[in-house]
Design a protein around this ligand. Structure first.
Ligand SMILES: *Cc1c(COP(=O)(O)O)cnc(C)c1O
Length: 376
């Protein structure tokens, strides 16, 4: 039986041909296909300006610069997310203020976020994780505390709320097109922005800070970076975007199959699974919390045993405040219990659109077998 990875992008022959055509055209760097990709994303997001960049990490870094976040500012982030949120805040010179997440949705606990607001707080920087963030609640939070919001929607292209697709609402929203996400451009990211003024600043920042002058020369006002997107990636992105809805439906179906196969398991009780009733979620990942005490084993041993069964698993994520970077600033175990418990027990099971329901069944059977062996 072939090895089942925990994530895999869908790439068909039409996409390969479209990319090959782009290469043959010799226009491979930023050009008409980047403009078309940004326009297609903008249409998805209700017409707001969108800019594509080389990664979500680049996009978030540029967004913080656009917002003028720097030394003396505080940015509220969840302790349970990918390292990048902590990293980009740290690199901006601002102070990362951590708050805990909800154990099931894994989204930021906004009551704790409200309590963490000080006179120095400039930005709330939450991640769409195991469920879409509620845009009405975010809007109200921003108004009440007079804060900007940068949504990390790396996992949430294709997610929906009652007010439309994630990216169509809110302040600034950042996306990733890494191969493990719901659609890919190999590497890539995008920002959904509020207006043309913000988009013009991103245009400048992502390409050396260059401004074109009427006399045909160029000027630099802000020290820019080199995060502009390529036409080759954009062409792949356009072809991928056309399948996004279908792929998210396939993900949702496979997630439901996981719930069915795991129902009634005495080790993986529902509290250890993601929220099942989860409207609008694009199911980038299916994460479970392992009952390590009952298993009298480690996550590493579980993952190794699954690997032997031909099944790949992942860890999403470690707790950001417990990295050496933030331990060196005084953060310790016990500060954010839900984030730390997720970091200890979480494992990500295979989930990608080309999987079949029989693959899900195979994962569940292997998992039950591995757990029984340990718990015995
Ligand atoms: C993947 C991911 C990122 C980073 O995206 P890149 O495009 O690889 O920079 C950021 N945040 C979350 C939650 C992610 O899953």
């Amino acid at each position: 039986m072939s090895f089942l990875p925990f994530a895999r992008p869908t790439i068909d022959e039409a996409m390969i041909a479209a990319v090959a055509d782009t290469l043959r055209s010799r226009w491979i760097v930023t050009g008409p296909r980047v403009a078309a990709f940004e326009k297609a994303l903008s249409e998805r997001f209700g017409g707001r300006p969108v800019r594509a960049l080389t990664s979500a990490t680049a996009a978030m870094q540029v967004a913080l610069e656009l917002l003028g976040i720097g030394p003396g500012d505080e940015v509220i982030i969840p302790a349970q997310s990918f390292f990048v949120t902590g990293n980009v805040v740290e690199r901006s010179g601002a102070t990362a203020v951590f708050v805990d997440v909800d154990l099931g949705s894994r989204n930021i606990d906004l009551a704790q976020a409200a309590a963490a607001v000080t006179a120095k707080t400039r930005l709330l920087f939450p991640t769409h994780y195991n469920a879409p963030l509620d845009p009405d609640v975010l809007d109200a939070f921003a108004r009440r505390h007079k804060l900007r919001i940068l949504e990390d929607a790396a996992l949430a292209i294709g997610s929906r709320t009652p007010r439309g697709p994630v990216g169509a609402t809110g302040d600034i929203v950042s996306f990733s097109f890494h191969p493990n996400k719901n659609m890919t451009t190999i590497e890539g990211g995008a920002l959904a922005l509020n207006d043309e003024r913000e988009a013009a600043i991103v245009d400048e920042l992502r390409f050396h800070g260059i401004k074109r002058l009427p006399d045909g020369t160029r000027d630099v006002e802000r020290a820019g970076v080199k995060y502009n997107f390529s036409d080759v990636s954009a062409r792949l992105g356009l072809a991928q975007l056309a399948h996004l809805e279908d792929w998210c439906r396939a993900r949702a179906r496979l997630a439901q199959r996981y719930f069915e196969c795991l129902a009634g398991d005495d080790l993986l009780v529902p509290e250890r699974l993601p929220p099942r009733d989860n409207p609008g979620h694009s199911w980038n990942m299916f994460t479970v919390l392992l009952p390590l005490q009952a298993l009298r084993s480690t996550r590493k041993a579980f993952m190794d045993a699954m690997h032997k069964e031909g099944i790949g698993t992942g860890v999403s994520y470690e707790a950001i405040h417990l990295t050496t970077l933030f331990r060196n600033k005084g953060f310790r175990e016990g500060m954010f219990p839900a984030s730390e418990r997720i970091a200890r027990e979480t494992v990500t099971l295979p989930l990608f659109p080309e999987m079949r329901e029989t693959d899900v069944e195979r994962v569940c059977e292997s998992m039950k077998r591995v757990m029984r062996r340990k718990a015995a």
